[in-house]
Design a protein around this ligand. Structure first.
Ligand code: 8YV
Length: 311
């Protein structure tokens, strides 16, 4: 008998094929499987889900046999880790695999906003090249980049930013010993000392709205905000106000509070480049993440601790 697992969001085809070979997979996102999913709830022992979606406590309560949640991502902000542990459920992530691709999206957003890439593309398509002047961009070379949250992705972003001639400083909640970059004492101090502020911090109750009106004011009218963490770490009211009134110069955003139905105000915010949460979304990385989901599930069903358990 193959164990029953629940898939909360689709994964890449070769990964789903392997899941199907090893498990009886119930797809909660597929409306046509609703009755089958309901019937299987008591037997489901494993869940695979995304970092952005996670799994609610209501879902967990409906799954009395659940022992493992394999997250196809690194974010666990949408999972109550303590609640899961109290029920003896291991939560495992894809730590390490997506580091470079997420950092790359940060770099891409930064260059896109500094050099008006998205604006330029629309400018040509709308036939404006023959009619008007295009605004000058801002060079990253010689600029100060501040990293809020110096974990694996933050460090990768910093190394890549250095290749563009930028100098790096950071703020991290706990001291970081393996870096020579300048540590700032507070997020405000970091924002004051940055031309580009890149947010890479984990989302949790303490970091909710850590980017607020004061931080944006400290970043200033020549400063740019890049967010590759989670929407919830930014006060979106404050950010939209800061973009519209020139408190900051621009923003590059991969993540939002209410994905995928983000606030329409972002569509008209000046000097803002938007992406639909694509940090880890490359073929290579999504395959690597899928392999880790498979490994974590396999370990659990072999009676072992999933290798990247986080709770
Ligand atoms: C993915 C993410 O987009 O790692 C995370 O936490 O948010 C992203 O890598 C997501 O996990 C896929 O749903």
């Amino acid at each position: 008998m193959k164990p029953d697992i629940l898939l909360l969001e689709p994964m890449m085809k070769p990964i789903e094929e392997q899941l199907d070979a090893l498990y009886t997979v119930h797809r909660a996102y597929d409306g046509s499987q609703k009755a089958g999913v309901e019937e299987a709830l008591p037997r489901i022992r494993g869940v695979a889900t995304g970092g952005g979606g996670g799994i609610s406590n209501e879902w967990i309560e409906k799954l009395p046999s659940l022992g493992v949640i394999a997250v196809n991502g690194v974010g666990t902000d949408r999972i109550d880790l303590k609640f899961a542990r109290e029920r003896n459920i291991d939560v495992a992530t894809t730590l390490g695999v997506l580091t470079d691709d997420v950092a790359d999206i940060g770099i891409a957003l930064m260059l896109a906003v500094l050099r008006h890439i998205a604006y330029g593309d629309a400018y040509l398509r709308n036939g404006k090249w023959t009619k008007g002047e295009f605004p000058l961009g801002v060079s990253p070379k010689g600029k100060r980049v501040g990293i809020l949250g110096l974990g694996q992705i933050g460090k990768a972003f910093g190394r890549k930013a250095e290749a563009f001639g930028m100098s790096v400083r950071y703020w991290n909640r706990s001291p970081v010993s393996d870096t020579d970059w300048k540590a700032c004492a507070t997020p405000i101090e970091l924002a004051e000392d940055s031309d580009v502020l890149c947010v890479v911090i984990s989302a949790n109750a303490e970091t909710r709205n850590i980017i607020n009106a004061d931080i944006l004011k400290a970043l200033g009218p020549k400063g740019y905000l890049i967010n590759i963490a989670r929407g919830t770490v930014v006060d979106e009211d404050a950010l939209l106000a800061a973009l519209n009134d020139g408190t900051i110069a621009g923003a590059g955003l991969d993540v939002f509070v209410n994905e995928p139905s983000i606030r329409p105000d972002f569509f008209t915010a000046p000097n803002t480049v938007l992406m639909p949460h694509q940090g880890s979304a490359t073929i290579e990385t999504r395959l690597g993440m899928g392999e880790m989901v498979l490994k974590n599930l396999a370990a659990y069903f072999a009676g072992e601790k999933p290798p990247t358990t986080v709770n």
